[in-house]
Design a protein around this ligand. Structure first.
Ligand code: UDP
Ligand code: MG
Length: 301
């Protein structure tokens, strides 16, 4: 079966050539179609990708006008992919193409499987990142009812009909892991060793990762919208208890307790407003239907 590799790249000038070399080494005589998506790199990534395109017939190259994010690059790659099997793989060599080969072989051998995804055996991240991600998956599982594999990323191989299902989701604000889980195809998970980045730095900051994760939850769950109702029930019960205590006990003492309590309630109300704001922003972005990315150049044959 013909395989397409989608490789999103943002400022990976020192990685694209080693990445291509590693793909050649792993796949030997059966080099897959490789769709590099340059996501608005500001270094020499694009010119190096252009050289790879000129020298290698299996390389195709999409370049964006500016940085639109990894999700946009994945979407562009999915739209362009022509393979029977499609793989999303990072361009920094943290995800070994040998694992991509292993995953595609599994799909070739087992007709009942639609997707094979790789999950990290152990995470190469700081304590805070790891803690936040664990909280995110726990929250995601509880709020979204989606079967999100905690240590799996976008690194996966899937069949063409899976790509079509993913593309049929018209959302602009995309959270691929959620979309894959929502689509519900039969998925097998295999462990892999995440490598050190070949060169350069991760593009994710804690703030951008948090925003991405929360928007992922908001776009797949309406449960946080129940929060104001829960809050109103708590407030009502609190007001009844306060009334009883004021009559039966000491009004002054009740007031002393009430002041800090009402400040807590205020913070919860503002939190609720923030949640509603996130939903409104998400709905606005979807309503505008702005394209997810803009292509400056598509080098293809
Ligand atoms: N990437 C991208 N656009 C972005 C951020 C990242 O195309 O805005 C690419 C990046 O070049 C890499 C992959 O997505 O190939 C994963 O990014 P990164 O290594 O920064 O993420 P991490 O491995 O730290 O999760
Ligand atoms: Mg990386």
């Amino acid at each position: 079966m013909r395989l397409s590799l989608i490789v999103p790249c943002c400022n990976e000038q020192e990685n694209v050539e080693p990445m291509f070399a590693r793909i050649k080494e792993v796949f030997e005589n059966d080099i897959p179609e490789i769709i590099f998506v340059d996501d608005g790199s500001s270094d020499g990534t694009l010119s190096r990708l252009k050289s790879l395109y000129t020298e290698n017939p299996t390389v195709r190259l999409i370049s964006f006008t500016r940085n639109f994010g990894k999700e946009a690059a994945i979407l562009a790659g999915l739209r362009a992919a022509r393979g029977d099997l499609i793989c999303i793989i990072d361009g920094d060599l943290q995800q070994d193409p040998a694992v991509a080969l292993e995953m595609s072989t599994m799909l070739e051998k087992d007709d009942s499987l639609d997707v094979v995804a790789a999950y990290q055996k152990s995470r190469r991240e700081g304590l805070i990142h790891r803690f936040c991600k664990t909280c995110f998956y726990k929250m995601g599982k509880h709020l979204c009812d989606l079967d999100l594999e905690p240590h799996a990323s976008d690194f996966r191989v899937f069949r063409r009909h899976v790509a079509q299902a993913i593309l049929s989701d018209p959302e602009c604000e995309r959270f691929s892991k959620g979309i894959f889980a929502w689509a519900g195809f039969k998925t097998a998970y295999i462990p892999y060793d995440v490598k050190e980045r070949n060169a350069g730095k991760s593009k994710w900051k804690t703030s951008s990762l948090t925003r991405y994760a929360l928007d992922g939850i908001f776009s797949f769950s309406e449960k946080p919208l129940r929060f104001p109702l829960t809050l109103s029930i708590i407030c009502f019960l609190a007001s009844v208890i306060t009334l009883i205590l004021t009559i039966a006990w000491d009004a002054g003492a009740v007031l002393e307790i009430l002041l800090p309590l009402s400040l807590v309630m205020f913070s919860l109300i503002f939190f609720t407003l923030w949640v509603l704001g996130r939903y409104a922003a998400l709905a606005l972005r979807e309503a505008k239907r702005r394209p997810v990315y803009v292509i400056r150049e598509f080098l293809d044959r």
